[in-house]
Write a protein that binds this ligand. Structure first.
Ligand SMILES: Cc1cc2nc3c(=O)[nH]c(=O)nc-3n(C[C@H](O)[C@H](O)[C@H](O)COP(=O)(O)O)c2cc1C
Length: 289
């Protein structure tokens, strides 16, 4: 049976490196696949309004834009690949804008959970991808995909990832991971034992935090090398299916909590109503209330 691969292009540049990388990866797939593509920056995906409506009742976002269509494409695909260009040391904002609407993912947990997914961070200057790879990994984990592999590839001009960078080799490798199994973790690189993340924040007292799954732990340097030990915190967001369900329930429970404490919270916000002068959009001039 033909399967659908969804290519999520996070660059506004037509025939740019992100788009070409996805198409190259598709060419290396050995199975029977269709490639469907979506370019996030050209879709009308507005900022989340934090109304939480997508967590209750019909569990649908109330905004009338392209988000539902994009989410549907993700829900329907068999696997996906995300390619994000680096803009100022992070991913193009379209990646985060889609992700910010992600409380709406919980309604589709069953169909989203565990889809094979890979991702790539593209950067114009070698080593200057900042946190783009981390953001791509975060995108895949928070859309409940099974993260099979990620990498960074370099090239500034459209197509240059295949000239100066190892775009073809990485595309081939990630195509294999997508069809077969998660790439082996390189034992020489410290990884979070819980999620496989390789980006950490170092804290005092030999402690650290994994920037992908937010688990805390400690590190040690021994003759075995640099070792990371982490434990899941109270709110793991995606380590297991049960974690996702638990977090969804916790979020839903916040409504009750809000209603219980409404008066108390209102009294706090009242104290700040008159403070500061807002710089407002020319299109909108809503009074603060
Ligand atoms: C606004 C802007 C900011 C950029 N910032 C960075 C950066 O911080 N680091 C980097 O290595 N490349 C940076 N680049 C270069 C792009 O990441 C690079 O050209 C990449 O190939 C673009 O991918 P695309 O062809 O898919 O659009 C920037 C490009 C733009 C347009």
């Amino acid at each position: 049976m033909v399967k659908d691969l969804l290519g999520i292009v996070c660059s506004p540049r037509k025939f740019g490196n992100s788009e070409l990388f996805i198409k190259e990866l598709y060419r290396h797939l050995s199975g029977d696949w269709n490639l469907r593509l979506m370019r996030l920056p050209e879709l009308d995906i507005r900022p989340c309004k934090a109304c939480y409506a997508c967590l209750f009742g019909e569990m649908r976002c109330r905004q009338d834009d392209d988000f539902s269509m994009a989410l549907q494409a993700l829900v329907e695909c068999d696997a996906y690949v995300v390619a994000a260009p680096t803009y100022l040391l992070g991913p193009n904002a379209s990646l985060k804008r889609f992700l910010d609407r992600g409380l709406a993912f919980y309604a589709h947990l069953d169909r989203l959970w565990g889809k094979p997914a890979v991702g790539v961070a593209i950067a114009g200057v070698e080593g200057m991808e900042g946190y783009t790879k981390l953001a791509v990994e975060s995108f895949i984990r928070l859309t409940f995909g099974e993260l099979r592999g990620t990498d960074a590839v370099y090239g500034a001009l459209p197509g240059e990832i295949f000239l100066v960078g190892d775009g073809t080799v990485v595309a081939q490798r990630l195509a294999k991971a997508l069809e077969e199994k998660r790439e082996e973790v390189d034992p020489a690189i410290p990884h979070c034992p819980l999620c496989g993340g390789d980006t950490f924040r170092f804290l005092s007292g030999g402690r650290l935090k994994c920037m992908l799954c937010s688990s805390s732990g400690h590190y040690e340097c021994s003759e075995r090398g640099f070792e990371v030990h982490t434990l899941p915190g109270e709110h793991p967001l995606f380590l297991s299916y049960q974690d996702v369900e638990r977090h969804a329930r916790w979020l839903q429970g916040m409504k009750e909590k809000f209603l219980e404490r409404r008066k108390e919270l209102k009294a706090i916000t009242q104290r700040y109503i008159q403070t500061g002068i807002w710089i407002r959009s020319k299109q909108k001039d809503e009074p603060e209330s």
